[in-house]
Design a protein around this ligand. Structure first.
Ligand code: ATP
Ligand code: MG
Length: 572
């Protein structure tokens, strides 16, 4: 490819509405352009990288005997109604009606469609196992589309679905996808970690998320410093933090005017945060749920959902909901409260091991001091559960060693689904004894476009992108210092032809711009290798090969360029 023909409009300025580095750099380097909130067009450079990620995904999926198919994006509502997810999926689903007023959605995922597909084709155990995948655009009307490709409303996903005759088979399929994902993300050059995760709305019994480690990540994860344990903090089970037993003080009400946050109360009463408790009021399945954790802990809504057997993820309760069960925002504690059919109280385990703590007095501008939960709560009438987020102050639930925290970008997730969809959609086969049996399913997603963003989050510097060679749009750029100089262009063209002929993904920057401009663009776009052809080349018969990642520059005789480029690319 010639730079004079390349459609790659670069920007000097950082776009003002880009909130993470990957988004800024992809806009600046001409990888993509924004269409609207959460919608992007890929330009040639970005699309080349996406295609390279897709190629890696295809190779590793095919190697594990998954087979590529392609299903429609447009999905009839009927099958979603049959599985029960038409309503459960909620506002994230993009819904449309056709001219006959028949309902459809733009696929956010394809469990329903694939299960409906295979149930008509597979009827004997002899046809199983099967694993089918596709790579296509998915649509989700995200509550907060942001961070460019990381959370967009239309994005590219690889989704795979496995069907097995039994649990043991499903475990093998799961492991094979887990291994394929590890190979895929390694080949994309990512620093990543598979973590235990929550299966969320999709259901199922076992799941791992593949997290690219990056500060810009939206997920918090913990991992053990000595064993293999790693988990999304949504699912990491915290231990019980016991406070030292103290003589129980007398329960008293104190005035705390306007101190409606736990920090303000702790400040006013000169208490350490762990001697306070805070309330978060949630709404789950139409019930108001009061969740209590220590002042220095945070409520894990997913854990609250599990504690109350909720069918959906909790939302914050509205002021009306608080009022409906008589709660006074900012001054709530379980003291004196009772559960009823519309109101549940869930208390974190560590609170039950606290002494003489401070909490809301259930009236405005007042708090209790010396709350002793075992004495002062209606202990037979509350739910006690681990509902706080695990922190790096906890120890590993498996081996007891210290934990470390990091931020991750979820680039993929594997689920063992069991028979949830095969039962609701009636996907059965005849087993060895001729008995109709539901297929045991797994599903496996990779955010292809999010993976590109994650890689750029991990690999960049102040000058631009530094993608690994495997997914960079081009591997090599050749920069003649002066494109008006015919002799320089002749050498450049010869090197270009040789690399091209030998399968190197190379771009010749034949633009008549100043060398400085071309170097800046080369750094911004992040070609792993830059070959500079200068006046010096004509004298010494050597070019300079510069490694984008390290900044190292090597002089190389013209007739050895191919060999050297191959050797260097191998390391990048
Ligand atoms: P998240 O928790 O980040 O919203 P998810 O768990 O809902 O993601 P899955 O249903 O597991 O997503 O989808 C499979 C993969 O698709 C994810 O691991 C992620 O890489 C990607 N993905 C999901 N939502 C988006 C999005 N809005 N934009 C880009 N990629 C996405
Ligand atoms: Mg997920």
């Amino acid at each position: 490819m010639l730079a004079t023909r390349l459609y790659a409009p670069t920007l000097r300025e950082v776009p003002s509405d880009a909130d993470v580095v990957s988004q800024q750099l992809m806009l600046r380097a001409g990888f993509m352009r924004k269409v609207a909130n959460g919608l992007y067009s890929f330009l040639p450079l970005g699309w080349r990288s996406i295609k390279k990620i897709e190629a890696i995904v295809r190779e590793e999926m095919d190697r594990s005997m998954a087979q590529e198919i392609m299903m429609p994006i447009l999905q009839p509502a009927d099958m979603w109604k049959e599985s029960g997810r038409w309503n459960a999926y909620g506002a994230e689903m993009m819904r449309i009606n056709d001219r006959h007023d028949v309902e459809y959605c733009l696929g956010p995922t394809h469990e329903e469609m694939i299960t409906t597909l295979v149930k008509h084709e597979i009827n004997s155990y002899r046809q199983l196992p099967v694993n089918l995948y596709q790579i296509q655009s998915k649509f989700r009307d995200e509550r907060r589309p942001r961070y460019g490709l990381m959370r967009s409303r239309e994005f590219i996903m690889k989704d795979a679905y496995s069907f097995d005759i039994d649990e043991a088979g499903a475990d093998i399929s799961y492991q094979s996808m887990y291994d394929a994902y590890s190979r895929i993300f390694s080949r994309c050059g990512l620093t990543f970690r598979p973590v235990e995760a929550d299966s969320g709305a999709i259901g199922g019994s076992k799941t791992h998320e593949f997290m690219a480690i990056a500060e810009a990540g939206e997920a918090d994860i913990v991992h053990c410093t000595s064993c293999d344990y790693a988990a999304n903090i949504e699912i990491g089970k915290p231990g019980i933090m016991k406070q030292e037993v103290e003589p129980l003080g007398e329960l008293q009400i104190v005035d705390t005017p306007n101190a409606s946050t736990i920090e303000a109360v702790a400040n006013m009463l000169q208490l350490p945060l762990e001697k306070t408790m805070k309330a978060v009021v949630l709404s789950v399945d139409g019930k108001v749920v009061l969740a209590m954790v220590r002042g220095d802990h945070e409520v894990n809504e997913v854990a609250v959902q599990h504690a109350v057997n909720g069918s959906v993820e909790p939302e914050m309760a509205t002021p009306e909901e608080l009022a409906s069960v008589g709660l006074t925002a900012g001054f709530i504690s379980p003291v004196g409260l009772e559960q009823n059919e519309n109101f549940l109280i869930v208390v974190d385990e560590s609170i039950m091991e606290s002494y003489n703590v401070c909490g809301g007095a259930n009236k405005a501008d007042a708090h209790y001091i010396n709350i002793n939960p075992k004495r002062d709560f209606n202990v037979d009438d509350i739910i006690v559960a681990p509902i706080r987020f695990i922190t790096d102050e906890d120890s590993c639930p498996i081996c007891g060693s210290p934990l470390e925290k990091s931020k991750g970008i979820e680039v993929g997730q594997v689920f063992k689904l069991g028979t949830k969809y095969s039962e609701s959609l009636d996907a059965t086969f005849l087993d060895q004894n001729g008995r109709p049996t539901p297929m045991v399913m797994g599903c496996y997603g990779i955010g292809v476009s999010r993976t590109l963003a994650a890689a750029i989050e991990q690999y960049h510097d102040e000058n631009g992108i530094i993608l690994p060679r495997s997914i960079a749009p081009f591997e090599v750029v050749i920069v003649p210092i002066n494109a008006k100089d015919e002799s320089l262009m002749n050498v450049s063209q010869a090197v270009y032809n040789e690399l091209l002929k030998n399968g190197v993904d190379v771009l010749l920057d034949d633009r008549k711009d100043r060398a400085g401009v071309k170097f800046k663009d080369a750094d911004l776009i992040g070609y792993p290798l830059r070959i500079t052809v200068s006046k010096n080349t004509l004298e010494s018969q050597e070019v300079e090969i510069r490694i984008r990642k390290t900044g190292e520059a090597i002089n190389c005789p013209i007739n050895e360029v191919l060999e050297k480029v191959r050797a260097l690319l191998f390391t990048l």
